[in-house]
Design a protein around this ligand. Structure first.
Ligand code: EPZ
Length: 430
């Protein structure tokens, strides 16, 4: 297994391009199942999770066409371009082997059920950040008339006469359930209202792509979505939005070194209150042509609580904690979305951070400096937090289990070393 070695202390400076958003790309790819037309997505990030979902879609019978990719690259456009044609779908089962690798696979459920009237999708199970049930997805689909059984670890869903529009009130906000239901409702008979829907930019991006495919959706960006079902969708072309989590992660990487970098293609309007939290910690943001300049000369403690968008994202909690370990003063970080998302805490403490955990909150008292250590993380964002800590630490930090990082950060070590970080990937011979 590869490792990442970081020698901390270098001040970052330079320009980095932010890639396409993983968490927008995954549901967008699943939307290809809704039509016989070709859905062409561009600005897809080149990440392990994208490859896993391509594999799942191909086994359903989706044809992947990369012909457009060459011309996009020739035109200087970054990211991957794929044409997806789901005309020949002949298998509505999503097997355990692929679903267990990536929970987002459950997003094939709504589209398959809506277009084919049946789907058999493995239950994803828990993961490193919590139990993560999919009950809201299932209850929502039942509201639209689906019959759902659980059989030998699989969700078996049927709607032989098609789905029927209805009102689904989510008891709390779920990004995935909103996306699954929104996709399913595009082909239901009648109108569906999703109340207490997620407002994340990735949900809006999916909605905008579905509209290009012929769906009738209103209320995007608000907590109530109205979807008027249509009899069929058609192909479309859609660029994936830039990754707001990568944007903020890179901003924090620069800030922890008291550096200054330009983030090309960054969308500050997608950062919600994360930008205010980072400003409160001492990071300065200024718009530049085509992006955002980030600089920092001093970090100060601040309190943060994770919330659904536009609140501070849980996907930035670990990175924010790493940033605040060397800030002056204390910070209280509260995780309100997932019950087990503090796996980075003991690793940061091994690097000299002063953190006390009390249930869902962590009290971080800023220390003068961190020291490099061999560390390991159990999930993607926790791994990024260790990279951020490593950039600030004295001496060498060795981050194990780099495959977590590769699921969500494209060429991270290249991007950071282009800005002056001393970071290398150590390839492990297998
Ligand atoms: C999405 O996961 C993201 N993944 C996650 O990104 C992100 O952390 C999360 O939203 C929250 O923002 C993708 O977009 C592919 P949820 P999702 O449904 O949709 C509970 C990353 O690092 N819940 O909004 O699965 C759930 O357990 C990742 O890139 C139920 O109880 O998250 C959690 O506590 C990891 N029942 C809360 O709701 C359900 O049926 C919010 O989860 C669904 C969710």
């Amino acid at each position: 297994m590869d490792k990442i070695a970081i020698r901390g202390g270098n001040r970052l400076s330079g320009r980095v391009r932010v890639g396409g958003a993983k968490n927008a790309a995954l549901p967008l790819m699943c939307a290809s199942l809704l039509t016989e037309g070709t859905l062409t997505l561009s600005n897809l990030p080149r990440l392990a999770d994208i490859t896993t979902l391509m594999r799942l879609l191909v086994q359903h019978g989706v044809e992947m066409n990369m012909d457009g990719d060459e011309s996009c690259r020739a035109a200087g456009r970054q990211g991957l371009t794929i044409g997806m044609d789901a005309t020949g779908v002949n298998n509505t089962t999503a097997p355990y082997d692929l679903v267990r690798k990536m929970r987002a696979s459950v997003l094939v459920l709504g589209p398959l059920l809506a277009r084919f009237g049946n789907a058999r999708v493995s239950l994803p199970g828990g993961c490193a950040i919590g139990t993560r049930p999919v009950d809201l997805h299932l209850k929502g689909l039942q509201h639209l008339g689906a019959e759902i059984d659980l059989d030998q670890g699989y969700i078996v869903a049927k709607a032989p006469n098609g789905l029927q529009g209805g009102e689904v009130v989510f008891p709390f906000v779920s990004v995935g359930a909103t996306e699954n239901l929104m996709m399913a409702a595009t082909l239901a008979k009648g109108t569906t209202r999703l109340v207490n829907a997620a407002r994340e930019p990735e949900v809006t991006d999916l909605g905008e792509c579905l509209i290009k495919m012929g769906a009738k959706i209103s209320g995007l960006g608000t907590d109530t979505l109205e979807i008027e079902g249509v009899s069929g969708l058609h192909g479309a072309e859609h660029p994936v939005i830039p990754d707001r989590i990568e944007t903020a992660s890179l901003a924090m990487a620069a800030a922890v070194t008291r550096g200054e970098i330009d983030l090309i293609d960054a969308r500050p309007d997608h950062l919600g209150s994360a930008i205010e939290a980072m400003e409160a910690a001492g990071i300065n943001f200024s718009p530049i042509e085509g992006g955002l300049r980030v600089s920092c000369s001093e970090l100060v403690g601040t309190d943060v609580m994770t919330e659904p968008y536009p609140g501070f994202p849980t996907d930035l909690q670990a990175q924010m904690m790493a940033l605040l370990t060397t800030a002056s003063g204390a910070s209280m970080i509260t995780e309100s979305i997932f019950e087990n998302r503090f796996m980075h805490v003991p690793e940061l403490m091994r690097m000299g951070a002063n953190i006390n955990l009390h249930g869902r909150s962590a009290m971080v008292r800023g220390v003068e400096r961190l020291t490099g250590a061999e560390v390991m993380a159990t999930d993607l964002r926790a791994s990024m937090s260790l990279v951020i800590a490593g950039l600030a630490a004295e001496g060498e930090t060795l981050v194990n289990r780099v495959y977590h990082l590769d699921r969500g950060y494209e060429r991270l070590e290249e991007k950071l070393s282009a800005c002056g970080a001393d970071i290398t990937r150590i390839k492990e011979q297998s």
